[in-house]
Design a protein around this ligand. Sequence first.
Ligand SMILES: Nc1ncnc2c1ncn2[C@@H]1O[C@H](COP(=O)(O)OP(=O)(O)OP(=O)(O)O)[C@@H](O)[C@H]1O
Ligand SMILES: [Mg+2]
Length: 499
Amino acid sequence: MIALSIAELAEIVGGRLSDISPEQAARTSVTGSVEFDSRKITAGSLFLALPGARADGHDHAAAAVAAGAVAVLAARPVGVPAIVVDPAASDSRSGALEHDDAAGSGAAVLAALAKLAAAVAATLVARGLRIVGVTGSSGKTSTKDLLAAVLAPLGEVVAPPGSFNNELGHPWTVLRADENTDFLVLELSARHRGNIAALAAIAPPQVAVVLNVGTAHLGEFGSREAIAETKAELVQAVPKSGVVILNVDDSAVAAMAGKTAARVVRVSRAAPADVWAGPVALDELARPHFTLHAGVGASEVRLGVSGDHQVSNALCAAAVALECGATPQQVADALAGVGAISGHRMQVSTRADGVMVIDDAYNANPDSMRAALQALAWIARGEKPGAQPRRSWAVLGEMAELGEDAISEHDRIGRLAVRLDVSRLVVVGVGRSMGAMHHGAVMEGSWGAEATAVPDVDAAHALLRAELRPGDVVLVKASNSAGLTALADALISDDAGDR
Ligand SMILES: Nc1ncnc2c1ncn2[C@@H]1O[C@H](COP(=O)(O)OP(=O)(O)OP(=O)(O)O)[C@@H](O)[C@H]1O
Ligand SMILES: [Mg+2]
């Protein structure tokens, strides 16, 4: 973070000083990072006292100061120098926070954090920082990782780790930026209407990317139109002088051109646009390659990540970099260098016994399920030189939060696995949705051991240990809540030796 005195911080967040005199607060500056985990504190840090599920940050305030924090941002006095914000006075900016016993003080500290992040972002933007915001139903984290890579040749980039994009992760990431930062890349996600507007108000992007409008969290929103309106909050937050990058292959995204005063850059993998891809081909690991076309020229792009769906993400990242002054060749080189995106997303690894595991267990919705199954089918076909046909396994768990569409969407995925000729479908978990996936596969013509239902991760692991053969390719995918990341990890660390 940029250096600010404790007195300035108190003024920005509207808090009062506790256990520190006004003179001392004016003389003492936060020169380090802002942390909510007391173990991450270093000299000059500001510690955020947040009530968590297991521990209350207020109880760790003294330890944080002992570790080097110069002050604590807290909801009550903590016996060490602090800026105290009053729970009763907190605004509704943190309305997304679930209301439990600690919600009042958590909301107050998060509201203060948002004010601090907004002030720091405004200061840095005035000094030339460029903020890039990404939203969409699928691919935000993937695109954020690709963006960090394509912008790196142009300057210092700050981006959140993993998918840390909520009302804590977003302002916390903003506060990682300082005078040396050229680009701040932010992932904006929504569980409710207004979430994206609130996050964008903290750090208004000069460049916004909208990837797609799918059915993720359909249960929460009720309709795809409501999801589209919520994603459009990002383009509405871009100033007239900014740029909005739209994946026009998605009609709901293309329609957002009418909702912004900023310049629009259209991106397509299907037809000529401002930035577009020539025909896309896949290599033996389903890594796409294509010609990147833009007004300033063209380049040959070979992605280091698997899945045809990464093409749109890469094109959007490319469009941002081109807007920021990169050449098509710089973009192609940077994209080729991204071998893995944040964990458990289409990570392909091959075990010593030749079993290939595609770990896509971080998350799932109908769109990303389809994309992953297509990549599995492609790899199993083994058509490319040097590749071999493989027996394919789709080990799938529940796609959460689909509301009333849950049954039909799971049924469709079961049927799709059969249509794509997946050799073995393993449906993991009990309940109506998983029953529908299994039933869908059977109705589509699956018989015998081709579609198997198992109650849990342990049963799936036992089945796979018993039946996987060298050369098989296994996709592991579900919503995070299904816990299949542990299965993917276990499968990768298994090898022929421990069977
Ligand atoms: N453009 C896309 N279309 C469909 N699926 C995609 C796309 N991009 C990524 N995916 C898949 O969606 C899943 C989640 O990817 P990623 O984490 O990048 O998305 P996200 O939007 O950040 O998700 P979250 O909402 O959980 O933060 C992965 O399985 C990934 O392979
Ligand atoms: Mg994400």
